[in-house]
Design a protein around this ligand. Sequence first.
Ligand code: WTA
Length: 635
Amino acid sequence: MSNYHIKHLEEYYQVYRKSIREPENFWEEIAEEHFVWRKKWNSVLEWDFKIPEVKWFSGAKLNITENCIDRHLATRGDKTAILFEPNDPKEAAEHISYTELSKRVNQFANVLKDKGIQKGDRVCIYVPMIPELAIATLACARIGAIHSVVFAGFSAVALATRINDSDCKMVITSDGSYRGAKIIDLKGIVDEALEHCPGVSTVLVAKRIHSEIYMKEGRDQWLQPLLDTASNVCEAEIMDAEDPLFILYTSGSTGTPKGMVHTTAGYMVYTAYTFKNAFQYKENDVYWCTADIGWITGHSYIVYGPLANGATTLLFEGVPSYPDFGRFWEIVEKHKVSQFYTAPTAIRALAKHGTEVVDAYDLSSLKVLGSVGEPINEEAWHWYNDNIGKKKSPIIDTWWQTETGGMMITPIPYVTPTKPTYATLPFIGIQPAIVDEKGNELSGNQVEGRLCIKFPWPSIARTIWGNHQRYKETYFSAYKNMYFTGDGALRDEVGYYRITGRVDDVIIVSGHNLGTAPIEDAINEHPAVAESAIVGFPHDIKGSALYGYITLKDIGESRSQDNLRKEINQLITDRIGPIAKLDKIQFSEGLPKTRSGKIMRRILRKIACNEMDNLGDVSTLLNPEVVQSIIDNRL
Ligand code: WTA
């Protein structure tokens, strides 16, 4: 019998040790007993971090949708698979049973096939949080098409970059979307993006807001009439274990986003196993993750992980503040949510509005609270624990990444004693290492350094789409034979891990990863801008916010700085999206540089964070005099 469900701490240690000593036997047992395969594997694991190459369950054949849907039909056909809660609380929630989900996924899959989509083709999904988003991803998986979901808050330029990078043939979208009191013209954004995407021949449009929109002849088609006439039977495409399941873009330290490629079998096994244990999911629980499916959290823990366990997964279209700040808790009460998984930024925003809106609702159904996306500060942790969990529901602070596919360091609730701000212990099968800057592994406890992983786990991303070299350089070159996470971490006296934040040029704003380079590129497009540097600084709600230092060209006319600030933020909104707007923009005469001309972001970061007393030695800079003037004009 495999250890699919861990129930107490000794069992965790025992299973953990087994997963490290005999990883192949361990994962083979899990895979064999808890999933359906068309053919078993020839080998469990082949890997070499030097190439780098990782293959799990090589030679196995399967389809992930047979694991997420078909196999539940006999025993859970009437059970709610997806519970849709609309933006407007007055609109009725929709309960989509496993039987219904099966039909809708198959119909959608037949529509895709009918439009010429074949195994291996890339399909871009730019859809708000409505059932069609989950159904479209599963429909792609059903026929072996590779989905690339782009968060529906990205701009037309960001969307076009992602569509072109992976040569998507088709875009799935909706006529618009609701976000709180706002209506967003999603299709308009798609139209704008597609002016730069010659490879897209078909756009399927779901109806959500029922507005009049432009439909391009020969390219755009309403989805519903096609679904209505499609058969609800669609044979699953038989996939290899290592066939790509999806591409999901994440920010990098340099220009273009990285299309992380996740493959089928390992991703399925790991997301399902982590879901079961990290949420202690039981058959009649209602599970809710508030993330958007446009991010990895939504892929792994709204769609694949929960459905592979036959769970009920809640999909919420709206925002925590609409119609008021009690919305999350109203939903918890209404649907008797058992597990609630959100981001620290949401917790901080809600905490600001006091406990009255919380106390109005019955939250007694909650058993597990989760946090993801950024470090959770102590204050937010306690607010969450006291007011939402009533000190009874353990908080799992789950550390992981788009690249890792699933949770890597997390408490197991009711198993691992929690500690505020600590992600605690590695999950089963995960071998973290803390290394110093030279790459020496720091053994023992009470050490701090950079976080690496020494051994492959089943859901590690296999490559960056179209750029294996960049994959190698980003993750496997800094430290020999290890995957480098880009995060700093410490291990305390009992071996618990605490993530201390990014050590590269990625800044996490409201739980969203933002690379500084693409933002600087956008700013530098402004005709008045000579140069710019972006750093992060602490923010009450967003965790970190962006501080931009900008030098202007001598453009011979004086413009109002406020107008310039607005224009710069508009450029960022157009190129990336509103999430990347700068909170503070300081114009300065110069930026501190090394003698080789590199901008010293470290100094700028300290100034933005108001840590002027430990700037270090600035005398070796090319232009030490600018530092004082930047400090004097600090915002
Ligand atoms: C950060 C999200 C501290 C971290 C699943 C990581 C966290 C990046 C935590 C990945 C956490 C995520 N504590 N930091 N519990 N979870 N992070 O790719 O810096 O959107 O590298 O994946 O978020 O963000 P991504």
